[in-house]
Ligand binder design. Structure first.
Ligand SMILES: C[S@@+](CC[C@H](N)C(=O)[O-])C[C@H]1O[C@@H](n2cnc3c(N)ncnc32)[C@H](O)[C@@H]1O
Length: 233
């Protein structure tokens, strides 16, 4: 499993692992989904908690920072986490916002099985590719969290398209939190967050500057209509 070996050799291995996904971005949509599912499924089959979220202190800190940033900007009633892995961050969000209903989505069936087994908050977990997920099954969210996922979603154009999808799944005034390693965060957050209709709220650093969080608010409906017809708001 070349990708698993690459991913375990940080930081160069991680970079190669992520570059592999950029290259996969040139496949047709069906091929991308199939390859992505295969790669992550085999990663979870090889190991439980493959990114050591439950055992590493820096991961614990990263998750705490994501939750704290979300809490600064949102009092959500409906939370969506895309690329939720085995649900470590999802559980921290559900614990912080007990009034909200929470949904976690991941491409790996094994990860979702483990997330369901550890759930204590009534979170709904779904197996799906975040890019083609049938969101009609759920209401729009007022908090969407996308952390350490964009590396795997292909080219700048594909990131931008994904950003537009995220915006359409957010209620007007809802909050989007993106979080990625500082070496890639500028490009990834810029591509995903610049698709229109998202207003930047905060750019924060954590884990001694090695991790970056970008927070956006979905423009209120009236603002969106005005910008479509080109009127001042
Ligand atoms: C590095 S983990 C991030 C986990 C969590 N978001 C966090 O930050 O703690 C990336 C997760 O994204 C999932 N993933 C990768 N590509 C995906 C896709 N296209 N759709 C949904 N999930 C995907 C993987 O299976 C993996 O569980």
């Amino acid at each position: 499993m070349v990708h698993s070996i690459l991913a375990s050799m940080s930081p160069i291995g991680s970079l190669l692992h992520e570059s592999l996904f950029t290259a996969l971005g040139s496949l047709p949509a069906g091929g991308r989904a199939l390859t992505g599912r295969f790669i992550f499924q085999s990663r979870y089959r090889l190991a439980t908690d493959p990114w050591d979220y439950r055992t590493r202190l820096d991961e614990h800190r990263r998750i705490q920072s994501i939750v704290a940033v979300a809490a600064r900007h949102s009092r959500p009633t409906k939370i969506l986490e895309l690329g939720c892995a085995e649900g470590e961050l999802t559980r921290a969000l559900a614990r912080e916002f007990p009034q909200a209903s929470t949904v976690g989505v991941d491409i790996s069936a094994t990860a979702i099985e483990r997330a369901k087994a550890q759930d204590r908050y009534g979170t709904a977990f779904h197996v799906a590719d975040a890019r083609t997920w049938n969101h009609d099954r759920c209401e729009t969210a007022d908090l969407i969290v996308v952390c350490d996922l964009l590396y795997y979603l292909g080219s700048t154009r594909q990131q931008r398209r994904f950003g537009a999808q995220l915006r359409s799944w957010l209620r007007p005034g809802g909050v989007l939190v993106l979080g990625h390693g500082a070496d890639r965060a500028d490009d990834l957050h810029e591509s995903c967050g610049s698709s229109g209709g998202l207003i930047p709220l905060e750019d924060a650093s954590t884990n001694r500057g090695s991790y970056r969080l970008a927070v956006y608010r979905s423009a209120p409906a009236v603002h969106r209509i005005a910008s479509l017809v080109g009127e001042p708001t």
